[in-house]
Design a protein around this ligand. Structure first.
Ligand code: ZN
Length: 344
């Protein structure tokens, strides 16, 4: 399209002193990955697509549910009803927002086996996961691959964000967290203390601004951690020092990255569901599984997911063999269901 006689769609960014036309050109050439289409991730994706980031990879292994519409601001009732995979719904919406950029949806779990392919060819990664394990893996992977990333988390009415930059003097997320042991299941989650969409939007707004600064090489890049609470009325900048004894950026003693995992399960935040990831992921045939399972219950499938329901067990199967077992909270039980119906 010849834009020479038309006003650029990014004119309000091009006249903004911090970016200018040169900055906009850099944004156009940049590649960004967003880890999960959560309340934060969906809002960041929306901002970055509209700002003209040239390539955006949307990574998420989950589907949309009605109780998420309150805070995941680019999804619709219809998509929740259809249980559309979030990466797909987000990509369709964002392509209608900006057809001049590349939107790359990836439906997958993020683990030590998948992380390299998801982030090694991008300039910058935005963290919007609600899983501390995924975040710690990302911290290690980005340290190893020397990729800048932007930590962001929200819970109830609070939020935090920090730029984690490569470089020998830069602190990583583990420097901030310290030795505090991470114990899944014991931390408060959005399922136990709730979440306000305003807190998530605030994190997304702060991250989106830092993305533009980092992609354009601005010297306004923030080096402090931001911590705020929109209900309790505070907003703080907290300096984070590099810890010379940090197991990640000090000693490269990674706890998650590079570890070979077998088949695994994970409970899902805010859902009475358990995800099962087979040891070997690979494209599977829905036709084959539909034929196999149709004698045991109702089966329906789309291009992206297959749903099985026998009135008792409910399974959502993805093309790479990953499955979400619904209405179970016990990981052993979920694995047993997967083994029985899908086959480990
Ligand atoms: Zn560190």
């Amino acid at each position: 399209m010849d834009n020479s006689n038309t006003i650029s769609r990014y004119v309000r960014q091009e006249i903004f002193a911090g970016l200018g036309k040169k900055g906009q050109e850099k944004i156009k050439k940049a590649r960004v990955a967003i880890i999960e289409m959560s309340s934060i991730g969906a809002a960041v994706a929306n901002n970055l697509a509209r700002a003209g980031v040239g390539y955006i990879r949307l990574i998420d292994g989950d589907y949309i549910e009605t109780a998420e519409l309150q805070r995941q601001t680019i999804f619709t009732e219809k998509e929740a009803e259809d249980e559309t995979p979030k990466a797909i719904a987000a990509s369709e919406y964002l392509r209608s927002v900006n057809s001049e950029i590349t939107i790359d949806p990836v439906i997958t779990d993020i683990n030590s086996g998948t992380i390299d392919n998801l982030i090694e060819d991008v300039d910058l990664i935005v963290d919007a996961t609600d899983s501390m394990e995924v975040r710690l893996l990302l911290n290690e992977a980005c340290h190893h691959l020397k990729k800048p990333w932007i930590y962001g988390g929200t819970l109830a009415s609070s939020g935090m964000t920090m730029n984690i930059l490569p470089g020998s003097n830069q602190p990583c997320l583990k420097c901030f967290l310290g030795e505090e042991e991470y114990s899944p299941g014991e931390q408060p989650t959005c399922a136990t203390v709730g979440i306000l969409n305003s807190a998530a939007s605030m994190v997304a707004a702060l991250q989106s601004a830092e993305v533009l600064k980092l992609l354009t090489g601005s010297d306004a890049v923030r080096h402090d951690l931001v911590s705020f609470d929109v209900w309790e009325n505070y907003f703080e900048y907290i300096p984070v020092d590099k810890d010379p004894d940090c197991p990640v950026c000090g000693k490269k003693d990674y706890a998650f990255y590079g570890k070979v995992t077998g088949s695994q399960t994970a409970t899902m935040c805010g859902k009475d569901s358990v995800q099962v990831i087979p040891k070997k992921e690979g494209e599977i045939s829905f036709e084959k599984y539909a034929e196999k399972l149709s004698s045991q219950g109702t089966v329906k499938y789309t291009k992206y997911t297959l749903d099985f329901n026998d009135g008792n067990i409910e399974i959502k199967l993805f093309k790479n063999g990953r499955a979400i077992i619904k209405h179970v909270s016990d990981e052993k039980r979920a694995k047993a269901v997967y083994a029985e119906y899908i086959g480990l």
